[in-house]
Every structure is written in C-alpha cells, then in structure tokens.
Design a protein around this ligand. Structure first.
Ligand code: ATP
Ligand code: MG
Length: 431
C-alpha cells in the first residue's frame, strides 16, 4: 500500500468510503474528549475529527501534533453538517511520517503575514500558503499555454547553450565564468542561437530558457536570472511577428482564466483577456506624450515613470510599441529601408509593464557588421554569427516574453520575486 489512496479533493466526494490521506497538519484543536486536525494536501483541506471512546485511543493521542507535521491518516469520509465542505474525516489510524525538529518560521495559514525576505529564505514553507501555491500553479499554466500555442503555430522546440563566448546583447552586464583555460559568460539571451536555428532551416522555433543579467539595479521588475519564452520564425514580416506575439499572449491569458479560476480568486485577481491589442509606433507615442504636456525626447527609451504616463495618456495599459529608434535597440534589429534611424523592433507592454521585446532581425552581413561597429562591438568576436548570414540566411523575426514578469502581472503581484520560486537578485543567491 502506498502513502495515500486519494487526494483530499477526491476524498470529499467519497462519503462513506475508507481512504488513506497524507499531508500536513494545518490546524489543531484539542477539546480533550474531542480532537480536530485540519489536514492539508496540495488539493485542499479536510477536518479530521476524533471522539474519545468512538475512535481508537492511539489515533486520538497521535493527533496532538504541531502544525506542519507530515502525517498519514487512514479512515472514513463522513457527512458533516458543521464543516463548510459538508464532510469530515473519521480516523482509524493517525500516523506521523516525520516529526518536526525545528520551529516553523511563520504561519502557513496566512493569518500572520510574513515579510517577503523571510518567506524567500524559507521558500519550501512559503509554498504551502494558499497564495504562493496559487502563483506557481498559474505560472505552470502560463508555461504550458506558451508551449501549446507555439506548437500549434508550427514551431519546433529547441534547447540552446547557457555558456557562451560572446555577449548577445552587447557586452555589458555579463556574468563571467571560468571555462577551463578561457573566460566565458552566462547567456544574456538565446537570441543569436535561435537565429542560427532558423537560418538552419528549422523555420519556426521556440524555447523556454533561463537568461542571466549582471545588472546591478534593485527594482521590483528585474532579476539577475530570469526565464524567457522565445520564438523565432523565418520568412515572416514584422507585422506577422507582432500578430504571433499577440496570439500567444491572448492564448496564455485565456488558459490562465479557464484553468486557474480558483487560484485567481485566492489572489484576488480579476483577469481580463483582451480580444485585440492596440499597436502604436514609438514616434506616435512620443507625440502623444508631448501633446499631453509630458516632455519626452525622441530617441530615448521609456522609463517606468514614462510608461505610467503612457497608460494615463492612452487610457489603457496593454499595447504594442513598434518602429523604434535604431540607436536604442539591440544591434541585430533591422533598420527600415530608406529610413535607417528607425528599425523594425517592437515591444509589448502588458498592464503597464514591458513584458516582451522583439524585432525583425538583420539578415544581411554588411548591415550587421555596421550595426556592431556603430555600438563599439568587434565583428570579429561575432564571426560565428555574422558568417552564418553569408551562406543562406532568410529574412526572419522573433521575440521573447519574460515569463517572470508575465506571471507577476497575471497574478497581480507587486514584486517580481514573488513570481519566481528561488529568485536571484543583487543580494540573493540562496536558497
Ligand atoms: P528592461 O528594459 O525592462 O530592463 P530589457 O528590454 O532589457 O528589459 P529584453 O532584453 O528586451 O529586456 O528581454 C526580453 C524580456 O525579458 C523583457 O521584455 C522582460 O519581460 C524580460 N526581462 C528582461 N530583463 C529582465 C530582468 N532583468 N528580469 C526579469 N525579466 C527580464
Ligand atoms: Mg526589451
């Protein structure tokens, strides 16, 4: 016999049946002759009720455990007029699988709120709280929805290296690693590699990958290790790439709404799924800002404060920004023919936060070399990349969605760290 025959949510539908449950002691109430334990597993909570004289003495005695003790309970599901769920559990055996040997650092019931740092230091305890558990179920649904949509769009899933020789985003903010006799870096973005795959004829590719950025800032929306959901596709125009990004986001939100109703309720989140996402050029938004009296210079990037102003000016917070100034985008963004100061890059702001960036990529080696040099980068260091464009590179576009930021926004969280199991920031590298 295994540790459990059913989860609590299943057992609740089996009034009269003998089952074995396993989980954690959530709450205990001891009235002497009557003992109650709220037993919790991943699916819910059930009240275990034992009466002196009715249930075996050993079961009654074993029920006096501190909260968070791991137990196995054998017994019968019974109808109950007192319990909210309409049922309770009558134990025949109450078995402690692992006694506590330290104090639980904070209340899992959520009755006494704990500081985020304490929660992150004790993440395996924090994950048992209803809110944190809900966040990571939503995150899993989002990750799967991305995979599901990418596959249905005809993309092939790929894996690319995390250790690289050259910067992908242009030099700064890299974590250096000692790679035998030479220096190497943790990848800032899988960008160059997914491009090599579409050049290789895979046509459309996708992946979910960690990226590493040695940015020294400490913000509510940045991590030093983040997870990206990436797509790259050959023979598509920038407009078609934006269509794809729109379809993927809408699919992810739709799945979250369908599959995570109870999680979103726990998080107090009323998730809206847009039918369509408005598109504005960068220049148009700069004009709108200035017309509204917000001084903003063409050619600079939007700060978090300006993004907030944009929401005010537009009257909504989810939109695309297309056709950016070339100088402020990554070197591989394709300049518009005849108007090279603008490039075919695009961002997606979701509920006021940049969650995705992408571009049509430069597929002509000469333009690429110019772009590298214009940013003070040495084309020699990128020879493996540049040379790939000399031997049959189709036009292509791609983008990447920040999985952590998407989860943060879908769950309505204030701090990105809450959306990541074990966040890595300037000071935190453990657990
Ligand atoms: P930002 O301007 O907000 O710092 P970025 O433009 O540098 O972001 P990109 O290189 O465009 O970021 O990365 C693609 C996506 O990955 C971003 O839109 C964002 O959702 C996510 N992302 C980027 N950097 C981070 C980070 N440090 N922490 C968490 N998510 C990130
Ligand atoms: Mg970006």
């Amino acid at each position: 016999m295994g540790y459990r025959t059913h989860y609590i949510s299943e057992a609740k539908k089996l009034i009269g049946s003998e089952v074995t449950l396993a989980g954690w002691v959530h709450e205990v109430r001891d009235l002497g002759k009557l003992k109650f334990v709220q037993l919790r597993d991943q699916t819910g909570i059930i009240q275990v009720t034992a009466k002196q004289g009715r249930e075996p003495d050993a079961a009654l005695a074993a029920m006096s455990q501190p909260k968070e003790t791991v137990v196995q309970v054998k017994g019968k599901v019974a109808e109950s007029k007192m319990a909210d769920s309409g049922c309770e559990f009558i134990p025949s055996e109450f078995i402690v699988l692992n006694e506590l040997s330290a104090k639980v650092p904070f209340e899992v019931t959520g009755k006494v709120p704990a500081e985020l740092d304490v929660r992150l230091d004790n993440r395996s305890v924090d994950m048992r709280t209803a809110k944190t558990a809900a966040i990571f179920r939503v995150r899993s649904v989002l990750a799967n929805a991305f995979r599901e949509k990418a596959l249905s769009l005809g993309c092939t899933e790929i894996q690319t290296p995390c250790i690289v020789e050259a910067a992908t985003e242009g030099g700064a903010d890299l974590f250096k690693v000692q790679y035998f006799e030479k220096d190497a870096y943790l990848v800032q973005s899988p960008q160059l590699y997914k491009q090599l795959c579409v050049i290789g004829g895979m046509d459309k590719v996708f992946m979910t990958v960690p990226v590493f950025r040695a940015e020294k800032h400490n913000t509510l929306t940045h991590l030093n290790e983040a997870t990206q959901m990436d797509i790259e596709a050959a023979f598509i125009t920038p407009d078609e790439a934006v269509d794809m990004l729109e379809a993927v986001l809408i699919h992810c939100l739709t799945r979250a709404k369908e599959k995570c109703a109870s999680e979103l309720a726990i998080l107090g989140r009323d998730l809206q799924v847009p039918a369509k996402i408005p598109r504005h050029t960068y220049t148009e938004l700069v004009e709108k800002l200035n017309a509204a009296g917000v001084k903003f210079e063409w050619g600079t990037d939007f700060s978090r404060e300006t993004e907030a102003k944009l929401t005010e000016v537009l009257g909504y917070s989810t939109y695309f920004i297309t056709k950016w100034p070339t100088a402020i985008r990554a070197f591989y963004s394709m300049p518009v023919e005849g108007d090279e100061k603008i490039c075919n890059a695009y961002d997606l702001n979701y509920e006021g936060l940049e969650i995705s960036s992408g571009a049509q990529r430069v597929h002509k080696p000469e333009i690429l070399i110019n772009a590298l040099q214009a940013r003070g980068l040495n084309p020699e260091e990128f020879s493996f990349y540049v040379n790939a464009f000399r031997v049959g590179a189709p036009p292509h576009c791609g983008w990447s969605i920040g999985m952590d930021r998407l989860t943060m926004k879908v769950c309505g969280l204030h701090n990105i760290r809450e959306a990541v199991l074990f966040p890595r920031d300037r000071v935190r590298v453990r657990p």
